[in-house]
Design a protein around this ligand. Structure first.
Ligand code: GUN
Length: 294
C-alpha cells in the first residue's frame, strides 16, 4: 500500500496570506490613508454566485478592505450595467471592480469585461491583463484562481519548470489563463477540453494534473500517474455534499500531493482576489490617495 499524499492546505496558507494583508492595510490606515475598496457587482440570483459573493465580501471585511455591493435584478440590461461600471471606473475611492460571472444569458460577458478599467480589473479578465499574462509582461492582474494555484504550488516548493502539466478544462476563468501562467513558469502545458479525444492519455503522462471542469469525480485513480501533484479546482454540490472534480479517496493513494475540496483552491482564489485588490490600491496610493488626516 502506498503512503497517502501530502495535502496542499489552501485554507491554512490563505490564513497566513490574509494576516499579512491585514497587517499591511492596518499600516496604511494608521498613516492616515483610506482603506482599499472593492466594488462587487452581482446580476441576478444564481445560487452558487450568491455564496461566492458573500464569501468574497466577508474575506474583504476580515482584512480591512471595504466592499461595496451592487446586487442588480436579473432583468438588468447591458446599458444599465455599463452605466454602473462607468460610474465605478470614475470613482476615486474605488480601487477594484468585480462583476461576478456567469452573467444572465441576455448580457454579453465580453462587453462587460471590456468596459472595466484594466487598472481596476482585479479579476484579470480584461484583454489588457490577459494579454500581459500571455506576453509575460509584468504589471497586470493575474486571474484569481490561476494566481491562487501558483501561490499554493510555490508555497509547497512544487517546481513547474520543465514539468508536464495537464489542465482539464479550457474555460475563460481558469483553464485558459492558467495555461498562460504555467507556460510563463516554463512548464510544458497540455489543455484538455470537451473535444479532446482521449483525456486519460494526457492526465496519465502529467507530473502535475489540474482539473477545472465542475464534473464531480471526473478524475479517477486510474487516470493519475504515480507520484503526480493533483490540483482540484472543481466544486459541485451533489445532494448535501460538496464534491471536487477528483475522486479524492482513490487519487490520494497514488498522488505525491493533492488539494482537498473544500479547503484547497477555493480559499486561495479568494486570497488572490484580496492580493489583487491591495495591488490595485497600492498602484493608486503612490499617485493619488492622500492621507485622510494630514
Ligand atoms: N465566477 C466564478 N469564478 C469567478 C471569478 O474568479 N471571478 C468572477 N468575476 N466570477 C467568477
Amino acid at each position: 500500500m502506498e503512503s497517502s499524499a501530502i495535502i496542499l492546505d489552501g485554507k491554512s496558507l490563505s490564513e497566513k496570506i490574509r494576516k499579512e494583508i491585514r497587517e499591511e492595510i492596518e499600516g496604511y490606515v494608521q498613516k492616515g490613508y483610506r482603506p482599499p475598496c472593492l466594488a462587487v457587482v452581482l446580476v441576478g440570483e444564481d445560487p452558487p454566485s450568491l455564496v461566492y459573493v458573500k464569501n468574497k465580501r466577508k474575506a474583504c471585511e476580515s482584512v480591512g478592505i471595504k466592499s461595496l455591493f451592487y446586487h442588480l435584478p436579473h432583468n438588468t440590461n447591458l446599458s444599465e450595467l455599463l452605466d454602473l461600471i462607468a460610474e465605478l471606473n470614475a470613482r476615486e475611492d474605488v480601487d477594484g471592480i468585480l462583476v461576478q460571472l456567469p452573467l444572465p444569458n441576455h448580457i454579453p460577458m465580453e462587453e462587460v469585461i471590456l468596459a472595466i478599467s484594466p487598472k481596476k480589473d482585479v479579476d484579470g479578465f480584461h484583454p489588457e491583463n490577459m494579454g500581459r499574462l500571455l506576453g509575460r509582461i509584468e504589471g497586470g492582474f493575474i486571474p484569481c484562481t490561476p494566481l491562487g494555484i501558483d501561490l499554493l504550488l510555490k508555497h509547497y516548493n512544487i517546481e513547474l519548470k520543465g514539468k508536464d502539466v495537464a489542465i482539464v478544462g479550457a474555460g475563460f476563468i481558469v483553464g485558459r489563463p492558467l495555461s498562460a501562467l504555467l507556460l510563463w513558469r516554463d512548464a510544458t502545458v497540455s489543455v484538455c477540453h470537451i473535444h479532446t479525444k482521449d483525456i486519460k492519455k494526457y492526465t496519465l503522462e502529467a507530473d502535475i494534473l489540474i482539473s477545472a471542469t465542475g464534473v464531480p469525480h471526473l478524475i479517477k485513480g486510474d487516470m493519475v500517474k504515480e507520484g503526480a501533484v493533483v490540483v482540484d479546482v472543481g466544486i459541485s454540490k451533489v445532494g448535501e455534499k460538496i464534491l471536487g472534480d477528483v475522486d479524492f479517496e482513490a487519487v490520494k493513494e497514488k498522488a505525491y500531493a493533492i488539494t482537498p475540496v473544500p479547503g484547497g483552491v477555493g480559499p486561495m482564489t479568494v486570497s488572490a482576489l484580496l492580493l489583487n485588490t491591495l495591488k490595485a490600491y497600492e498602484k493608486k496610493t503612490s499617485l493619488s490617495i492622500q492621507p485622510v488626516i494630514s
